[in-house]
Ligand binder design. Sequence first.
Ligand SMILES: [Cu+2]
Length: 337
Amino acid sequence: MSYINFNAKSRASVHHSQVIHRRMRNAGPILLLLLVLALSFSLFGANAFAQSASAGKLHTIGLWAEKIPAGAEGGNDRFAYRMNSHVIADMNGDNETDVTARYAAAATVPGPTIVINEGDEVALTLSHVFDPGDSTTLDQVSVHVHGVHYDILSDGTIKYINLVEDESATPVASYTYRWIAAPGTAGTWAYHDHNMITLNGAEDRGLFGALIVNSSTSLSSIAKDYVLFIGDDAFWGTEIDGQTGQQTSFLHNPALTAQQGSNVRFHLIALGTVTHNFSLPGYSWIDPGTNLTINEKIIGPLEKHVFTVQAGTSSQYLDTAFSSSLLGMKGDFNVIP
Ligand SMILES: [Cu+2]
């Protein structure tokens, strides 16, 4: 499941410098350019330039992959991603904003939800910190993302698959992935480990999370985002505050809360192997890409479904597929007046 854009390496700055070099050879166009610049300054003021400079942002992310040892109740060790640092800046590195405080301090399942805008770029450096000093530990871990553009070095797969190199963090070296949220990539996408070979990729052990690419036309009035991964036996989720960006992750059928009258957006991503039938009794919503109003949605493995409702009365979200309902796949949707 790779969506590789081999043209993604060409950068806007390269084109700009070529254009400027061509202009240097001929003074005429330069005078014209100065005239246009002066004119637009007088018409629009400096704001027009400030806006174009802030069009796309660069997200520099440090993500750690950690081990969560099995608790007293037994079971298997889990693995999880933790946000170590997230800094947003202009493409040239100016105007840095550190948003690391939005994330949980500990590693979480699901992993951190990375929220960016169409036009942004991401440089994500993954560090392998399972068992520092233990040379017998699993040696490769990666981040493979869906939906956005990247070149072959950022696929997050092993050499056997990509024919170039192992694109993994190891106990001795981190690995940097570069993503470009080009026009047309808006949506909600999964990212996950692809390389923990002895476990056949460790998304089933906790190494997965979501990337939300908001489009320029996304509603700015979203009070909360709920990212719900649908596993074969439970929902695993993250709740994100629309104002502060603060996020909290929950294992096993989290209770979601909303302020009455506010707009909340559900992002459903199916993991695993079975088909689900999602419903939220008392609510209906527009099926994206159509003008149909629906009140339930069949979601197959690796499919996703994103919709927005206005919080009215408390309800429950649930999976009504036969085996899922036997497993109790449901959680509370609490609306606070
Ligand atoms: Cu995948």
